[in-house]
Design a protein around this ligand. Structure first.
Ligand SMILES: Nc1nc2c(c(=O)[nH]1)N[C@H]1C(S)=C(S)[C@@H](COP(=O)(O)O)O[C@H]1N2
Ligand SMILES: [Mo]
Length: 353
């Protein structure tokens, strides 16, 4: 096996060539539009969002400390956990800042268009199992998950409420799309929080701390908050809001008049999508699209709509998803200072003829 492995540098270069780069240092890049049309996003095309330089950790030697309000603090050997058994789930990951460039006025932050998004099959061990080994003390409130990146005063670290930390789908993930995690995606082990925006899924995990008091670190209190700038209470960014994406016809393509198949994806945090509707041209005439698979929580569902009688000229297509709680995408998402959670109805301009 060893001799077959590509050198790290060239495999990383190969991986990066498929992405739409937003920033080189630290590396941040979008999933290209064509890769968003596949039910599962191939790892080399899966967006990367890193706040600091990527640490290089070895699966063979990396250890994670488990401490805080537990009866039995211990050190976890990641290589042992990787031997399995592992639980696998398809999960959609969307950066909270995805779509920020369509907000007005333009908020600060990385200029993400629509590609800070992807769906992979992730495999790992439920965080709950590791916490059970440490035995929680009474009063446990949240679990702090710390990454190896960022300097000492600004480590990437996020606290997860205990109930979500103990959910059987919340994983310490070791694999993505059936292969060990790549460095960009958090090797050797990352947290995976299905249904929540990407910031919760801490990469390069080095430490777990069960806490009895709320964590107040930079990436908890200064970032990933909805600050509407109107004196309303500031809220933490948590679950992904109901949203859809039009993948076909692709941006800037011309289609023949007549029958046009419109396709896309729809997802909603921990909830199932129950309905997607499409409107051709402006106005209020929404018609049902077909869901192409059984919707499941935490992963997108593909949809299709057949537009009959498309006439030559320029048209607009809009898509609108609704979830099982009855929440529907807005035409315009509420503005907030850091530009998070833009789940506005997507609009695609199509030239017919
Ligand atoms: N340690 C660490 N984990 C992190 C981040 C980070 O900067 N450092 N970025 C978070 C954000 S904001 C997102 S959207 C996801 C992106 O995961 P990906 O790079 O695998 O797509 O990772 C999250 N986990
Ligand atoms: Mo993010």
């Amino acid at each position: 096996m060893e001799g077959e492995q590509l050198p790290e540098a060239s495999s990383q270069a190969d991986e990066r060539s498929r992405l739409v780069v937003v920033k080189h240092e630290p590396f941040n890049a979008e999933t290209p539009p064509e890769a968003l049309a596949a039910a599962r996003t191939p790892t080399p095309s899966f967006f990367v969002r890193s706040n600091s330089a990527e640490p290089e950790l070895s699966l063979a030697t990396h250890r994670v400390t488990v401490e805080g309000a537990v009866e039995h603090p211990f050190t976890l050997k990641v290589a042992e956990l990787a031997r399995g058994p592992l639980r696998s789930l398809p999960v959609t990951l969307e950066c909270a800042g995805n779509g920020r460039t369509s907000m007005t006025p333009l908020p600060e932050g990385e200029p993400w268009q629509q590609g800070a998004l992807g769906t992979a099959v992730w495999s790992g061990v439920p965080l709950a199992e590791v916490l059970q080994r440490a035995r929680l003390k009474p009063g446990a409130l949240e679990v702090l998950v710390e990454g190896a990146d960022g300097d000492a005063s600004k480590r990437f670290a996020r606290a997860l409420p205990l109930a979500k930390a103990l959910h059987p789908d919340t994983l310490l993930a070791l694999e993505m799309n059936g292969a060990p995690l790549t460095r960009a995606h958090g090797a050797p082990m990352r947290l995976l929080v299905p249904g929540w925006y990407g910031m919760a899924s801490v990469k390069w995990v080095t430490r777990l701390e069960v806490r009895t008091q709320p964590f107040e670190g930079y990436y908890q209190r200064e970032r990933y908050i909805y600050d509407r700038g109107d004196g309303q209470a500031i809220e933490p960014v948590t679950r992904m809001q109901v949203k859809s994406l039009i993948t076909s016809p692709a941006e800037g393509t011309r289609v023949a008049p007549g029958r046009v198949v419109v396709q896309g994806m729809a997802w909603s945090g921990e909830r199932r999508v129950v309905r997607v509707e499409v409107a051709v041209d402006g106005g209020d005439h929404w018609r049902a699209a077909t869901l192409l698979e059984t919707p499941r929580p935490s992963a997108w569902v593909r949809w299709a709509f057949t537009w009959e009688g498309a006439k030559a000229g320029r048209h607009t297509l809009r898509a609108r998803a609704t979830d099982e709680a009855g929440e529907t995408q807005p035409e315009r998402a509420p503005w907030n200072r850091l530009g998070y959670g833009n789940n506005a109805v997507p609009v695609r301009v199509v030239e017919v003829g």
